[in-house]
Design a protein around this ligand. Structure first.
Ligand code: NAP
Length: 250
């Protein structure tokens, strides 16, 4: 593995790392020499492929199944990691879903499941891991939000509410944890080519992107890796970095 070993002896948990953006984050962080915990919900084979890719390149990784919107499963996930690795230095809250629909017709269960994973899942993992990080007096937390959380989007009221909530949670936890050496930041991707966006109308969306193309999971992973890097990002906390081709400029 082309490892720079800037993180040797550290462990990172990436939620939803079997596919898409989470997979790229896992692969890029593993290249730095740290141990990666590849969390997934259903895609056991894909998660195992990520683990094998990392190991095949000389890195360290293992997978743990857990639905991170479920408190008892998050507890089991953290127990598994503490018994196997002893600690978590970097948490990337990436797992997310969409259940789109106009608000007037949105089913309560589609509202709830998106809030449960995309917002409450971030809370549950952050609360559980922060207990370890606060004792260590160090840690990096990176939350994956979305430009939709900044600008809203017709047909994504549930998703926009959850992602805006993640931004508020990021800033609040950044303030709570700063005195203990823990930074908390968010990355807000625009439209990135993954399973999540494969059915969207590309032409309409492209017209709204100044750089004129969709982003890649690797480009999002690059921003996450930077925010996790010590000392380069050690003085950055409570920030939202957009990786969106210029889609949202404020
Ligand atoms: P994706 O390709 O659909 O992958 C989603 C990942 O989340 C998978 O690894 C999936 O695991 C995991 N997951 C789903 N439900 C889970 C649960 N209950 N517990 C644990 N893991 C679960 O999505 P993506 O496009 O990479 O998106 C990743 C993150 O970026 C999400 O938070 C998303 O909202 C955000 N984002 C994406 C875009 C975009 O354009 N793609 C833009 C802005 C923000 P399984 O494989 O086991 O199902």
């Amino acid at each position: 593995m082309n490892s720079t070993n800037i993180f040797s002896n550290q462990t990172a948990l990436i939620t939803g790392a079997s596919r898409g953006i989470g997979k790229s984050i896992a692969l890029q962080l593993a290249q730095t020499g740290l141990e990666v915990v590849v969390n997934y919900s259903n895609s056991q084979e894909k998660a195992e492929e990520v683990v094998q890719t990392i190991k095949g390149a000389g890195g360290k990784a293992y997978s743990v199944q857990a639905n991170v919107s479920d408190e008892s499963e998050v507890d089991r996930l953290i127990k598994t990691i503490t018994s196997q690795s002893g600690k978590v230095d970097i948490l990337v809250n990436n797992a997310g879903i969409t259940k789109d629909g106009l608000l007037m017709r949105m089913k309560t269960e589609d509202w709830q499941s998106v809030i449960d994973l995309n917002l409450s899942g971030v809370f549950l993992c952050t609360r559980a891991i922060s207990r370890l990080m606060l004792k260590q007096k160090s840690g990096r937390i990176v939350n994956i939000t979305s430009v939709v959380g900044l600008m809203g989007n017709a047909g994504q009221g549930n998703y926009a509410a959850a992602k805006a909530g993640v931004i508020g949670l990021t800033k609040s936890t950044a303030k709570e944890f700063a005195s203990r050496g823990i930074t908390v930041n968010a990355v807000a991707p625009g439209f990135i080519t993954t399973d999540m966006t494969k059915d969207l109308d590309a032409q309409n969306i492209l017209a709204a992107i100044p750089l004129g193309c969709f982003g890649t999971p690797e480009q999002v992973a690059g921003a996450v890796k930077f925010l996790a890097t010590d000392p380069a990002a050690a003085y950055i906390t409570g920030q939202v970095i957009q990786v969106d081709g210029g889609m949202v400029m404020s």
